[in-house]
Design a protein around this ligand. Structure first.
Ligand SMILES: O=C(O)CCC(=O)c1ccccc1C(=O)O
Ligand SMILES: [Mg+2]
Length: 380
């Protein structure tokens, strides 16, 4: 395979407005800024990545601002003008910078796209993905009443989604799940708590066992894998970790401790596609299923999610819903569409979608081009 050298990185910060507010246990998303990272190689090929951040540090510690700052002051300097033999190497090129996984992922995924395009292969093929189509689920925000939730679930079941994920929080849990299960006794259903509970709530969480849920996602603290292991011993519903897994090492330790039986892989949260693949492989080798989570991405992040989901151990439908579920108009062409709960894996080179430059210009609030490494601080 031909190596790549990135000669310019353009940071396009865009303001995106969701078609409807999305409420979790930690807050409501409506408008958000995202930085779309365009890495351009010496032959002029553009690859794209996205900061899957929002404006506030409520899901994890990063925000769009912190990601842009890390990219500009530290991360781009580590890869620009270097010969990159394979995008799997980028993770290690960035490890001197602690954490900041989403910022790292934005540039790392852009390099994957450039590399795949340069070598004229679809991203899914480059990562040895075996699926040509993927099954899709829908993540549903907390609704005003259980009745309203049942109505939403009905719409999405009708549309063909293969898994329904319901956000829960103390005060919006058992009644909501009970209402959905009564209305839809057989649908593949799960709950996501986004760290809203503690071990003091074990009795409450145990009651979820009666609803035959596929899993409960991240019930306890965002940085915990110890209490989750205790909880998993107490409840029958499989625990799935989201927030707690930032790396292959985290995944290894969580599996060793029995903190979860399923892992939600988010490319941003784990610092890129390379680390996502490594976690996928570890889970596969341990008989642990994985699925691809979502961060209300634009089409660029969505495209990377689809490619990742083509790997064989993504056996549970992910949260990668079609573009129209998030945006009036997405920034990629064609938009991501779904047919009866199935999305086709792209067959064109790289992410397989084009960025709509006109739409991008309209949404851009800040744009900066970086062509040289900066060393504001000593670099190890
Ligand atoms: O539709 C999506 O992109 C998934 C939405 C979702 O559940 C989510 C959105 C933002 C932050 C965290 C989460 C989550 O999976 O916990
Ligand atoms: Mg989650």
């Amino acid at each position: 395979m031909k190596p790549v050298q990135i000669k310019e990185v353009v940071l396009h910060t865009v303001k995106m407005k969701l078609i409807a507010p999305f409420t979790t246990s930690f807050g409501t998303f409506q408008e958000k800024h995202v930085c779309l990272v365009e890495a351009i190689d010496e032959s002029g090929i553009s690859g794209w990545g996205e900061t899957t951040t929002s404006d506030e540090p409520y899901y994890n510690e990063e925000t769009t601002h912190t990601a842009v700052y890390m990219l500009k002051d530290f991360l781009i300097s580590r890869i620009i003008h270097k010969t990159i033999e394979h995008p799997l190497d980028v993770h290690d090129m960035l490890t001197f910078v602690r954490r900041n996984q989403i910022a790292k992922s934005a540039i790392e995924t852009a390099v994957w796209d450039v590399f795949a395009k340069k070598n004229n292969v679809p991203l899914s093929e480059l990562i040895d993905g075996t699926k040509t189509e993927i099954e899709v689920g829908k993540s549903i925000g907390i609704q005003a009443t259980p009745e309203k939730l049942v109505e939403k679930v009905g719409e999405y079941v009708e549309e063909g989604f293969r898994k329904l994920k319901v956000k829960i929080a103390p005060g919006a849990d058992l009644d909501y799940i009970d209402a959905v299960r009564k209305a839809f006794p057989d649908i593949p259903l799960m709950a996501d708590a986004n760290s809203a509970y503690t071990l003091n709530d074990v009795d409450q969480l145990k009651q979820l066992d009666q609803y035959n849920l596929m899993m409960i996602e991240q019930p306890l603290a965002h940085d915990d894998i110890i209490d989750h292991a205790t909880l998993q011993k107490e409840i029958q519903t499989p625990v799935c970790l989201d927030e707690s897994i930032h790396s292959l090492e985290d995944a290894r330790k969580a599996l060793q401790l029995g903190s979860c039986r399923i892992i939600n892989i988010k490319i941003g949260r784990v610092g890129g596609l390379g680390e996502s693949i490594r976690i996928h492989d570890l889970c596969r080798d341990n008989g642990v299923p994985v699925w691809c989570g979502g961060m209300l991405e634009t089409g660029i992040g969505r495209a990377h999610n689809i490619a990742l989901t083509s790997l064989s151990n993504f056996t549970i439908p992910g949260d990668t819903a079609p573009s129209s579920h998030y945006w009036d108009e997405d920034i990629i062409e064609p938009e991501v569409t779904m047919d009866h709960g199935i999305i086709q894996v792209q067959t064109g080179p790289g992410i397989g979608f084009d960025v709509n430059r006109e739409k991008l210009e309209q949404l851009t609030v800040e744009k900066e081009s970086i062509t040289t490494a900066v060393t504001p601080h000593p670099m190890p």
